[in-house]
Write a protein that binds this ligand. Sequence first.
Ligand code: SF4
Length: 346
Amino acid sequence: MTMEIIHVDNKSEIPLCGVDFIGLVDRSTNIIELKPITLCNLKCKYCFVNGGDYDTNFIVEPDYLVEKVREIVEIKGNYNIEIHIAPYGEILLYPDLEKLIKSLWTIKGVDVISMQSNGLLLTEDIIKKMDAVNLTRINISLNTLNQELAEYLCDCKNYNIKKLLESIQLLLKFKINVLIAPVWFPGENDKDIENIIKYVVDLRNKGYSNKEIQIGIQKYLIYRTGRKLKKIRPKSWKYFYKQLTELEKKYKIKLKLGPKDFNIHKREKKKNTLNLKKNDLIKIKIVSKGRWKRECIGIINKKIGIKILLKKPFLFSEELIGKEINAKVIKANYKDNILTAYSYLI
Ligand code: SF4
């Protein structure tokens, strides 16, 4: 089966705001989150966005993204802006990564460009390229230093821990900051979390600063629509922070990171005048298929897109493109600027 990839550009009619899996997310802070690609080289067993498993994938053209970022930075103010590239997939598969980062730096006020990656595709050549375009930080999702457990969690037989750790060393050598971001699966990688802490403490003892090498432990959250690890029961936030406090004391390292640690602060956001609420009935024009057979992308106006989930028995077909349908809003999250609706009638 050949995989379909939809290339999104300014002629594609697909807006970059409103849909969760591509484009931009503006959470009213100085950080603008970018989602340029949905392809992934892994199919992690815990992936909350079902990465690596889409029927149709999307790649957004860099100029289209940059044009939109520029527009949003103008509203937020041209100072202290961080661009955080965090796709529902693996950013190192994005063919225009260097071009994207280079163009983002031309926007006045961009101080930090960071990105998330599972790190497995890093090579010396890629690291040199990332250094040449001044990538500030890379957040690497590494949940264990144990080869077998990593293979199990990421459902990947050739997960190469040794190579990944060498890549981290090389990133540090090239002065690209690294944030190791393990997810803590209670009962599954408890010891591994401690081993990663020890690894970070050791790097700091070798002279790397707490900016050059950071650790951001993430709580395992279960999403109804994502993949879940069997037999793991997530703990409460209270329990999670209590555990972190104990580990902080044990290893004398700060583990509870907040907005201040990343210089995140409130900023103006793009005004949304739609005022849609859950259960509102709206008319939507369909402009593209989505990642699955029961998903498509609609537009409310030229600038705002919406993810549409087609109710059974409907499946996406090309005849739907350009059609206006009635839909019911099921999510209008203005904090994240993300909209989702169910098709109501076709
Ligand atoms: S968790 Fe990240 S690396 Fe793993 S499948 Fe999902 S998007 Fe890909």
